[in-house]
Design a binder for this molecule. Structure first.
Ligand code: HEC
Length: 137
């Protein structure tokens, strides 16, 4: 009986804000709007990472403004601090959009740090995946 409870708890944790293994499938059993946007941001950044490392100027014209209105898997995920982190993210993405080759690397790193800050605060599950986006010198 105890074993059964432990398994149930693990399943519950796995489903709350966890990294998805099947992230190549676009709409796995109805991902929330917010989760879909998150996966989009992840692959956008992953796709430019190699060029950013090489110092090649990337054309990045991302618009993630729907982060404010996108429906999450669970309403409690959008807690009080969500909005301030989301505002910071939009600002930092704007700076990456308009970055020059001289400040592109810093702008990219700042965006990834913003992902990490919000996730540290409210949704640690995907942090290991987000770590793939980090550029360490
Ligand atoms: C304002 C807070 C916040 C910021 C900033 C943020 N996230 Fe998230 N992220 C969340 C929340 C909340 C969820 C859970 C969404 C859901 O399940 O509806 C999530 C989920 C995810 C997931 C899992 C999606 C899935 O399939 O379940 C990934 C991957 C992710 N975020 C990557 C990122 C990346 C990359 C960035 C930076 C570009 C980022 N996040 C910025 C709050 C944030």
């Amino acid at each position: 009986m105890k074993k059964y409870l432990v398994i149930l708890t693990l399943v519950a944790i796995a489903f709350s804000c966890s990294p998805k293994k099947n992230h190549f499938i676009n709409n796995p059993n109805g991902s929330s709007e917010l989760a879909t946007l998150m996966n989009q941001m992840y692959s956008d950044l992953f796709n430019i990472k190699a060029k950013v490392i090489k110092g090649k100027k990337v054309k990045f014209q991302a618009d993630y403004s729907t982060i404010m209105t996108a429906t999450p898997t669970d309403e409690s995920m959008k807690n009080n601090t969500f909005e301030s982190f989301a505002t910071a993210l939009l600002q930092n993405v704007k700076e990456l959009n308009t970055a020059t080759s001289a400040n592109q690397l810093e702008a990219y790193k700042t965006v990834v740090q913003t992902c990490i800050s919000c996730h540290n605060n409210s949704c640690p599950g995907p942090l290991m995946r987000i770590a793939n986006l980090e550029i360490t010198d």
